[in-house]
Design a protein around this ligand. Structure first.
Ligand SMILES: [Zn+2]
Length: 118
């Protein structure tokens, strides 16, 4: 008799735990459904486009991949040769921005402008 009673108590507790677990799952499901309902793809895209535009407007210049590679090579070369740092010289031209790199130690100057992006 006592054994049956203990068994029933254990079973009731497991049913309670299961009930709580199911309630949590239902809550999570409802919260995710809300998120999906309120997600606006167009709004997110508009936000990102605006952010991108801000970056473009407020940057002095965005290096092309070719310019980046040449600048990196120049920096590495002069760091090894003369421990010089690199300065950038940006010149606004009518078509685009001319870019030169200068070694702070040996004063070597190199035009790395990539006119293919003009
Ligand atoms: Zn140098």
């Amino acid at each position: 008799m006592i054994l049956k009673w203990a068994e029933k108590r254990e079973k009731d507790k497991m049913m309670d735990d299961l009930g709580t677990f199911i309630d949590n799952l239902i809550n999570e499901r409802d919260s995710l459904a809300d998120k999906v309902r309120n997600f606006s793809k167009d709004e997110e895209i508009a936000k990102l486009l605006k952010e991108n535009e801000n970056l473009r407007i407020n940057s002095l210049h965005t290096l092309s991949e070719k310019e980046r590679d040449e600048a990196d090579a120049f920096r590495d070369e002069h760091w090894e040769k003369c421990k010089g740092n690199m300065a950038y010289l940006l010149t606004g031209a009518s078509m685009g921005t001319a870019i030169e790199v200068i070694c702070s130690k040996c004063k070597t100057q190199k035009d790395i402008t990539d006119i293919s992006v003009w």
